[in-house]
Write a protein that binds this ligand. Structure first.
Ligand SMILES: [Mg+2]
Length: 323
């Protein structure tokens, strides 16, 4: 179905570069938590210790600078599809459709979401613009939303903590201090990710580097970053620890046997409560643990650090809830 879409000449086929999401895992009716915490455990770690490769997604996982991006992308796409709506496709049906495919592609480079829009436009008999043009339009609108944040961070008017997922700075420091090799990988354009990580004061924690979208889709995919991490560390996939709020990084982590921690962050409210919509999708993608943010990083890392933590079960060593 992706064969006929309009693409820039530089781009490889999306199917080649990054696999598509499939919902494979059931969402449990009654969640299990590390006692005294809001850390949900679906599967226990096979490997203990924290001196291992750790991958973080950026937007929504560490950074809140682009919070609200979906509220920019979805209406833009609904706008493009509305004149082409099929019978029975009212605006709310279109919004539901768009929201679903945008979410499924979250974590991949932005161009993939735009390529999907091209497919949907063409499927309704419309004449689609190139995906790169849709991406430019989206970035223009997003930039109007986030430029104040970037300026405020750069001038010091906004403290970085205001645009970090709560506890992000702390968990990065704890992991680095325990010898983890940290990489940040994002579907946002690479120069933007690096600039934003610097503004947030977390770039220096990424001892293994910061990777974002490039014209070369294959080398910049999360799968490729993970493969490189494992090759360079000489460790097996089960040693990999991933944190993300998108399907793609969770599925890519599970594909190599790593431990995937879903950060079902409430980006707008920073409430410390899990976003139920993200939770459901991230569990379907294969998440082993679900957390709302990093406020309970100490309990989480303490538990993860235990050798053969799997044998002891959830609760062993957990230090209780948020204080
Ligand atoms: Mg994300």
């Amino acid at each position: 179905m992706l064969a006929n879409m309009t693409m820039e000449p530089m781009l490889q086929s999306p199917a080649q570069a990054e696999g598509d999401f499939k919902a494979l895992n059931p969402v449990p009716a009654s969640p299990r938590y590390l006692p005294g915490t809001s850390i949900e455990v679906l599967r226990e770690p096979k490997v203990g210790g924290l001196k291992r490769p750790v991958l973080f997604d950026f937007d929504g996982t560490l950074s809140l600078i682009r919070e609200g991006w979906m509220g920019v992308m979805v209406p833009m796409m609904v706008e493009a599809l509305t004149p082409l709506a099929r019978q029975g496709e009212d605006p709310s049906a279109l919004e539901g459709l768009v929201r679903e495919f945008v979410a499924e592609l979250t974590g991949k480079q932005t161009i993939y979401q735009m390529e999907r829009l091209v497919v949907e436009v063409e499927a309704r008999g419309g004449e689609a613009r190139p995906a790169s043009e849709y991406k430019a339009l989206y970035l223009e609108r997003l930039s109007a939303r986030i430029s104040d944040r970037l300026e405020g961070l750069a001038s010091g008017a906004f403290p970085p903590a205001q645009f970090l997922v709560p506890g992000a700075n702390e968990i990065l420091r704890m992991l680095r201090d325990r010898g983890a090799e940290i990489r940040i990988a994002s579907g946002t354009d690479e120069e933007d990710v690096i600039a934003e990580a610097r503004l947030l004061g977390i770039a220096h924690f990424a001892t293994g580097g910061i990777f974002g979208a490039r014209a070369d889709l294959v080398s910049a995919s999360k799968e490729a970053v993970i493969a490189r991490m494992l090759r360079e560390s000489g460790l097996g996939g089960e040693s990999l620890l991933c944190f993300g709020d998108g399907f793609v990084e969770i599925a890519a982590c599970k594909a190599v046997g790593g431990l995937a921690v879903a950060v079902a962050s409430d980006e707008a409210g920073r409430s410390g409560r899990v976003d139920p919509w993200k939770r459901e999708r991230l569990i379907a993608a294969g998440a082993d643990l679900v957390i709302p943010d990093f406020r309970e990083a100490e309990a989480l890392l303490h538990w993860l650090a235990k050798e053969a933590g799997a044998r002891e079960g959830p609760g062993a060593g957990a230090r209780g809830g948020r204080g």
